[in-house]
Write a protein that binds this ligand. Structure first.
Ligand code: NAD
Length: 381
C-alpha cells in the first residue's frame, strides 16, 4: 500500500480532469489516484499519455502527439475493471458515476479519503440538442457519489462546477460566492442542481463537501469542439471560423492548469461547506480572443494576420446565449493562498503551439461521430 491518501478523481480522462491527474502525479507523488471515467466522446487516451505510458512530460512543440491514436484502447476497456499503465500511482476504471453499485465497490476497495468530482456532460450546445444525459450524469451521478461518500465517510468532497451557474451578468456586477444562481442552459441548470445537492449534503448529513466554480478554461488537451481548438484547426485549414452572433459575448479565460492548482489548494486548505470562485480576471469577448488566435496562427505559419482574420464568419447565435460571465475570486486567493500563474497572452500562445504540433491528430479526432454532431449544431436552421 502507498503511504499517501487515496483520491477518487471522476472524469479524469477529460480536459480538466486529466490535467488534474497529471498535476497530482507530479506534485503529490505519494497519493494514489483512482480515476473513474465513463469514456464518453470527450475522453481521450492522449489526455493521459504521460501517466499511462510512464513517459516524462513531452515538450509542447515536439510534434509527438501526431503519433497518438484518435480513439485509444481506453475506450474499449472492460466496464468496471481496474487497469493501470506504467504508473502504479494511477488506476483507471471505466464506469458511470451514476452506477451506485460500482461507486460503492470503489469506496470499499480503495478506502477513499478524498473525492474530486469532474465527471460531467460539459458542452452547452449538446445540452441544447438533448438535455437528458446532462440530468443523468450531472445531477443523478453527483447525488450517487455524494451518497457513497456519506455512507463510507470521506475527508473532503470537491464538487467541480462553473461560473455558468450564475447566469448572464451583462450589465451586472461580477458574481461573488453569494450571488444568486440563475442558470440559462440545460447544462448550467444541471450543474447548479449538482452544486445544490452537494451543499444539501453538507447541511443535512455533515458531509465535508466544497464547491469550486471556475471560469472558462482553455489550454492543451481540450476536445476540438470547443472554441479555441476549433478556431485553430479551421484557421490552419483556411476554412471559415464560425463565431456565434456578433462575437461580443464576454468570457473570463482561465489557464487550465491554474484552475487545477486552485482545485488542489481548495481540497487541501478550503473550508467544508464553502463555495470558492476561481477566475483570473481575463474578461475578453470571443471575437477578441479569436482575433488573437488568428494572429498567432498567422505568425507561426508565415501568413498575413489580416488574411487569417478575414476567415472569421458570423453564424446564427446559440439559443439563449449568455452575453457575459464574470466572477470575483478574492476568497480562494485569501483563504487558500492561490494565484494564477499564466497570463492570457502566454496561455494563448502555448495553446496554439500545442494544437499546431498535433494537427493531424486533431484531423482524425474530428472525423466520424463528432462530424455528424457538428453538422447538427452548426447547420441548424
Ligand atoms: P470534458 O467533457 O472534457 O470531460 C468530462 C469527462 O467526464 C470525460 O472524460 C467523460 O468521459 C467523463 N464522463 C462523462 N460522463 C460520465 C459519467 N456518467 N461517468 C463517468 N465519467 C463521465 O469536461 P471538462 O471541460 O474537463 O470539464 C470537467 C468539469 O469541469 C465539469 O464538471 C465541468 O462542468 C467543469 N467546468 C468546466 C469548465 C470548462 O471551461 N471546460 C469550466 C468550469 C467548470
Amino acid at each position: 500500500p502507498r503511504a499517501g491518501p487515496t483520491v477518487l478523481v471522476t472524469g479524469g480522462c477529460g480536459f480538466i480532469g486529466s490535467q488534474f491527474v497529471r498535476l497530482l502525479r507530479r506534485e503529490r507523488p505519494a497519493w494514489q489516484v483512482v480515476n473513474l471515467d465513463l469514456m464518453t466522446y470527450a475522453a481521450h487516451l492522449h489526455n493521459l499519455e504521460e501517466v499511462w505510458a510512464g513517459q516524462e512530460s513531452r515538450s509542447d512543440d515536439s510534434g509527438a502527439g501526431d503519433a497518438l491514436p484518435a480513439d485509444g484502447p481506453l475506450q474499449r476497456l472492460d466496464y468496471g475493471k481496474a487497469v493501470s499503465g506504467a504508473d502504479p500511482g494511477h488506476v483507471l476504471v471505466r464506469g458511470d458515476v451514476a452506477d451506485a453499485a460500482l461507486v460503492d465497490r470503489l469506496f470499499t476497495t480503495y478506502r477513499l479519503r478524498y473525492v474530486v468530482h469532474f465527471a460531467a456532460e460539459s458542452h452547452v450546445d449538446r445540452s441544447i440538442l438533448d438535455p437528458a444525459p446532462f440530468v443523468e450524469t450531472n445531477v443523478r451521478g453527483t447525488q450517487v457519489l455524494l451518497e457513497a461518500a456519506r455512507r463510507h465517510g470521506v475527508e473532503r468532497f470537491v464538487q467541480v462546477s462553473t461560473d455558468e451557474v450564475y447566469g448572464d451578468l451583462e450589465g451586472l456586477p461580477a458574481a461573488d460566492e453569494q450571488a444568486p444562481l440563475r442558470p440559462s442552459s440545460p447544462y448550467s441548470a444541471s450543474k447548479a442542481a449538482g452544486d445544490l445537492m452537494a451543499l444539501a449534503y453538507v447541511r443535512t448529513y455533515g458531509l465535508p463537501a466544497i464547491v469550486t466554480r471556475s471560469s472558462n478554461n482553455y489550454g492543451p488537451h481540450q476536445f476540438p469542439e470547443k472554441l479555441l481548438p476549433l478556431m485553430i484547426w479551421k484557421a490552419l485549414r483556411k476554412e471559415p471560423l464560425p463565431v456565434y452572433g456578433d462575437g461580443l459575448q464576454v468570457r473570463d479565460w482561465l489557464w487550465v492548469e491554474d484552475n487545477c492548482r486552485a482545485i488542489l489548494a481548495v481540497l487541501e486548505r478550503g473550508r467544508p461547506g464553502e463555495v470558492y470562485n476561481i477566475a483570473a480576471g481575463n474578461e475578453r469577448s470571443n471575437l477578441e480572443v479569436v482575433g488573437r488566435v488568428c494572429d498567432l496562427v498567422a505568425e507561426r505559419t508565415g501568413r498575413e494576420p489580416a488574411a487569417v482574420r478575414a476567415l472569421v464568419t458570423h453564424v446564427q447565435d446559440r439559443p439563449g446565449h449568455d452575453r457575459r460571465y464574470a466572477m470575483t475570486a478574492a476568497k480562494v486567493q485569501r483563504e487558500c493562498g492561490w494565484a494564477p500563474r499564466v497570463s492570457l497572452e502566454e496561455g494563448l500562445a502555448r495553446t496554439v503551439d500545442w494544437y499546431l504540433a498535433r494537427s493531424r491528430w486533431v484531423e482524425r479526432v474530428v472525423s466520424g461521430e463528432w462530424r455528424r454532431y457538428w453538422e447538427a449544431v452548426y447547420e441548424r436552421g
